[in-house]
Design a protein around this ligand. Structure first.
Ligand code: MSP
Length: 645
């Protein structure tokens, strides 16, 4: 079975931003998922290089448009490589094969009388490169972008799009999956029902704009950039795709909501006129705002995906893009949210699950312990029954739901939450089983098998979203196969995994916690006592008063949960001269294991107190707000017991 998926082709007038990355990562997730489902996939992306916008950008830099495009295209290619985008081809509309295809299709429509020359007068928006009627413009401005429009009178060629209004309406009504999400389909249908569709001006006189594909039937004109651009989806199948399959029609065009009309109306009408099949689905996703505002160059808030990835990591960024809000709706980008997801879900939930599991296996590598931890340890039917009851995540039903979320309506964020819920349950499972002191060797093997096997399967489900990290999970589990060469249905079967405990290695942390830099407004709080509240109120103190506080560098040597408390951990802290027992309210933010070895700041001269029956001799400092807490640490090497000044 084949699956042909496309992204929009991006204008080369500027460098890529988060919006471009969003569509491309989403398309990559779908392409990887379909490959896992044994489809032969053709995943296309590329660049839109003709037209006024690119021409202007080139002029501004004193370059010829093609020279400018040649430079700019590299930014996209570089970013896709960095983001692990697995596109099978990259099309540029300046490719000569594409140009030939566009000209061939134009000639065909012209010969069939579906393109006509007419004199035209109307209002033109230069940045949007489109005409508006007198009725449509708003106070002399473009109704779309709000910028001033120019009055233009000239002869042009028109594609007789209006003829296809009825056919289009009928097609959309009969094919409920043609435009998704459904709300977008209703918008397009509403538009087609309540307005008369005009004809589409598909030429620009050369004297006004020469940077475009020459019309094959009139050398004084070039092709309108959207006619040229939309054809890319078809032309690429003729010269960029493997030839053993007939790739047209595309299965999925992913686009942003702003370019849904050009795809669902212009492109569909063009295909109807050309008597070619329509794509199976056009899916319009929402837009990102940044820290609550529209993203725009003039606001100076354009998010550069490369910079984010360099600072926070590829999979962290991919995860955040698709996890944050439902695909199809609008959402908000903020570094604070990104850090929260990284530290909360990736480091705390997934990363810790892996490191706790690996630590357990490594700790138990000993004579007599099974070298190969396999499903055989599940000999007891009762145990198998418990697994299915505790982890429905690892049954066929889960895999069917996973596929249905992915295939029907691209519920990408829902799918991530569904998988991460299984991760959370596995962490609870470790706590419940508490295998650290397990004496029964069979029970221990069974628990370890459950954890290893669960992680093996979860990595397969997560692979389309975070491919590099999912593979790292398999590598850490000692599985020498590449997930990308596997088939989902064969891999998500419980009991298939068998683990060689000798090959299991604790490597580097999968998702290091990111430093939650103090942001303005974050409060520095001590972690436990009531006096925290008072400290938050801004009271001024003298330097002498401050000097009374004895702050010391300490290292956490031991950490454990305090029974019946969700928040408290009992710590043993080495402060150079002695070891202190301290109770800290950080259990919701750190697991005991990850605290071991951390250097912290301790208030060393606090009166001892009893918390939940446990004595505390000092207080650990942490910073936070919005429900999170980060321990205060050090930028370089410091000696234990040093005074913090
Ligand atoms: N060249 C045309 C597409 C032609 S397809 C035959 C084009 N290019 S673009 O570079 O301007 O935009 C490409 C995509 O970026 C669009 O799908 C658009 O929706 C998306 N985005 C631009 N800003 C965005 C956000 N702030 N958020 C999410 N996506 C956004 O249009």
């Amino acid at each position: 079975m084949k699956f042909y998926i496309t992204t929009p082709i991006y204008y080369v007038n500027d460098i890529p931003h988060i919006g471009h990355a969003y569509t491309t990562v989403a398309a990559d997730v779908m392409a990887r998922y379909k490959r896992l489902c044994d489809y032969q996939v053709f995943f296309l992306t590329g660049t839109d290089e003709h037209g006024q916008k690119v021409d202007k950008a080139a002029r501004d830099r004193g370059l010829k448009p093609k020279e400018h495009a040649d430079l700019m295209v590299e930014n996209f290619k570089k970013l896709w490589k960095k983001l692990n985008i697995s596109n099978d081809a990259f099309i540029r509309t300046t490719d000569k094969e594409h140009i030939k295809t566009v000209q061939g299709l134009l000639q065909k429509l012209f010969d069939e009388g579906k393109i006509e020359k007419r004199s035209y007068s109307g209002w033109y928006c230069v940045p949007d490169e489109r005409f508006w009627t007198e009725k449509e413009i708003m106070g002399g401005n473009c109704p779309d972008c709000g910028r001033p429009v120019e009055h233009i009178e000239e002869e042009n060629y028109f594609f007789l799009m209006s003829k296809y209004q009825e056919d289009l309406k009928e097609y959309i009504e009969k094919n409920p999956k043609y435009i998704l999400p459904e709300t977008r389909k209703n918008e397009v249908l509403g538009f087609l029902k309540n307005n008369k569709l005009g004809d589409l001006c598909i030429s620009r006189p050369k004297q006004r704009l020469s940077w475009g594909i020459p019309l094959p039937f009139d050398e004084n004109y070039v092709t309108y950039v959207w006619f040229d651009a939309l054809v890319n989806y078809y032309s690429a199948t003729k010269y960029r795709a493997p030839t053993d399959v007939d790739w047209w029609p595309a299965d999925l065009h992913l686009v942003g909501k702003d370019i849904l009309t050009t795809h669902s109306v212009y492109w569909s009408a063009m295909l109807l006129a050309l008597k070619k099949e329509l794509p199976k689905t056009i899916f319009a996703h929402g837009w990102w705002t940044v820290e609550g505002s529209k993203m725009s160059k003039s606001f100076g808030n354009v998010v550069d995906p490369l910079a984010v990835v360099n600072e926070y990591g590829v999979d962290q960024f991919r995860y955040f893009l698709l996890r944050e809000f439902p695909f199809g709706l609008d959402g908000n980008f903020s570094i604070r949210l990104l850090k929260e997801r990284i530290n909360g879900e990736l480091a705390n939930d997934l990363g810790n699950l892996l490191s706790r599991t690996l630590a357990l296996v490594i700790k138990n590598k000993r004579p007599g312990f099974p070298e190969n931890i396999t499903a055989k340890v599940e000999k007891d039917e009762f145990i198998e029954f418990i697994r299915v009851r505790e982890f429905p995540e690892f049954t066929v039903k889960f895999s069917n739901s996973f596929k249905s979320f992915m295939d029907h309506g691209l519920k990408l964020n829902h799918t991530i939450l569904y998988i991460m819920d299984a991760v959370k349950k596995m962490n609870i499972y470790i706590d419940k089983r508490s295998p650290w002191g397990e004496k029964d060797s069979d029970m221990l093997s069974y628990t370890l098998y459950t954890l290893l096997e669960g992680l093996r399967i979860i990595a397969v489900y997560l692979f389309p979203f975070i491919p590099e990290s999912a593979q790292k999970i398999w590598d850490a589990l000692g599985i020498d196969k590449k997930i990308e060469h596997c088939k989902l249905d064969e891999e998500v079967i419980w009991g298939k995994g068998s683990f060689d405990s000798m090959k299991i290695q604790k490597g580097r942390q999968l998702f290091p916690r990111v430093e939650e830099k103090m942001e303005i407004g974050d409060k520095v709080t001590a972690t436990v006592t009531e006096s925290t509240v008072a400290a938050e109120e801004r009271q001024l103190i003298s330097i002498d008063e401050f000097a009374k506080v004895d702050l010391r560098v300490g290292e956490i040597k031991q950490a454990e949960k305090i029974e019946k408390s969700k928040k408290l951990l009992k710590l043993k802290v080495d402060i150079g001269t002695e070891e202190r027992q301290v109770v800290a309210g950080i259990a919701e933010h750190y697991t005991p294991e990850e605290l071991i070895g951390k250097k912290i700041v301790l208030v060393a001269n606090l009166k001892p107190a009893k918390l939940m029956g446990t004595e505390s001799h000092g207080m650990v400092l942490a910073a936070g707000g919005d429900g999170r807490l980060v321990l205060i640490g050090f930028d370089g090497e410091v000696k234990l017991g040093s005074k913090v000044k």
